[in-house]
Ligand binder design. Structure first.
Ligand SMILES: Nc1ncnc2c1ncn2[C@@H]1O[C@H](COP(=O)(O)OP(=O)(O)OP(=O)(O)O)[C@@H](O)[C@H]1O
Ligand SMILES: [Mg+2]
Length: 352
């Protein structure tokens, strides 16, 4: 087993730099999820770790050894892709054994490793089937089986669940987590789905435009996003943002409404900020100064998502209790029931 160390890693395609000198430390045995919007460089970084893409600058080390110039098969990593392309003419068993066959493994060794992996993945009863006779989730498990039999130091996953339907995704992400617990092998998992990131990761790496915006445990990132980008990217519905400034030790909105939120000491009078409040931290009240118009109500059963037009923007509110109002109602809000996140308006950086 091995950790992965990323130092000032950059990637250019011709004159275009798509990864701008990033640093990250992935501990031995850790499950790290790279998350970020489409095009931010997640796959490129993963492929550089795997050796499928050259590294334009900086170093990547696996198990303390710089691997920049090592070909993929000498890095002892194994990658599972979104399009896992099983060989259609081979059985599950043959598909899983394929890399061992290429490596010249003996019949007994192959059988033992394939059966161990099949046992872990619940594929034992399916070993003689061809891929076309499997469900999407079973095929995905065979693709993981192909990786497991190689017993790599690091597993790399690039959106392995995005071809599956919603229910199967939830099931498979549980299976991958329990696989990680059982094997204890370092895993780097790429997704653009922030729920997948939150539920699977020991630590999340949030990327944007070829840089790392924040690295931390899921709840650390949720509770203390480092900047406005992370605040908006992690959490669904997304965090509400309000433009405000400091007046007499408290925040007033740009249109002059008092928020009732006091400003941290040290912020100068007039300082322009962006205030972030998660939808579950906003409440409704029978009477109050901050009144908006209810635009939309979506009951999910356990909670209700409400959209309220307030101060020229749409505010998302998640209520545990069933709302007593209807669409079109004038409704007073409690902006700061709980945590308030304060960011500098200019830089977007967290201020507290
Ligand atoms: N071979 C290439 N030549 C030029 N540019 C490329 C090449 N491959 C990727 N890029 C660019 O590099 C950037 C990062 O791409 P990458 O595939 O790493 O994004 P991603 O974060 O994995 O996105 P997605 O979530 O859509 O898979 C993108 O702007 C992409 O257009
Ligand atoms: Mg990608």
């Amino acid at each position: 087993m091995a950790g992965v160390t990323i130092r000032k890693v950059a990637k250019n395609y011709g004159s275009v730099e798509v990864i701008h000198g990033i640093d990250a430390d992935i501990a031995d045995g850790e499950m790290v999820v790279l998350v970020g919007p489409s095009g931010c460089g997640k796959s490129t970084l993963l492929r550089m770790i795997a050796g499928l893409e050259s590294i334009s600058g900086g170093t990547i080390s696996i198990g303390g050894k710089i691997v920049n110039s090592l070909p993929p098969k000498e890095r002892d990593v194994s990658m599972v892709f979104q399009n896992y392309a099983l060989y259609p003419h081979m059985t599950v068993e043959e598909n899983m054994a394929f890399s061992l066959t290429l490596a010249g493994a003996g019949k007994e060794e192959k059988a033992r490793k394939v059966h161990e992996a099949a046992e872990i993945l619940g594929l034992t009863a399916l070993l003689k089937r061809k891929p076309r006779a499997l469900s999407g989730g079973q095929r995905q498990r065979v693709a993981m089986g192909r990786s497991i039999v190689r017993n790599p130091q690091v597993f790399l996953f690039d959106e392995p669940l995005s071809n599956l339907d919603a229910k199967l995704r939830v099931q498979m992400r549980g299976e991958i987590k329990s696989l990680h617990r059982r094997l204890g092998t370092t895993m780097v998992y790429v997704t653009h789905d922030q729920v997948e990131a939150m539920t699977m990761a020991d630590r999340i790496v949030v990327m944007n435009n070829g840089v790392i915006e924040q690295i931390g445990a899921p709840l650390e990132i949720y509770d203390r996003p480092a900047n406005v980008f992370v605040a908006q990217f992690i959490g669904s519905p997304a965090m509400n943002l309000f433009l405000a400034r400091v007046r007499s030790g408290a925040f007033v909105l740009e249109d002059g409404l008092a928020t009732g939120i006091s400003a941290p000491a040290g912020l100068a009078e007039g300082h322009k900020v962006t205030i972030g409040i998660r939808p579950e931290e906003i409440g409704v009240t029978a009477d109050g100064q901050l009144v908006g118009t209810v635009e939309n109500i979506e009951p999910t059963g356990s909670e209700t998502f409400v959209e309220i037009r307030f101060g020229g923007q749409t505010v998302s509110v998640v209520l545990r209790e069933r709302p007593a109002f209807g669409i079109g109602a004038q409704q007073a809000l409690v902006l700061a029931k709980g945590a308030v996140h304060i960011f500098d308006r200019e830089t977007g950086a967290r201020l507290d």
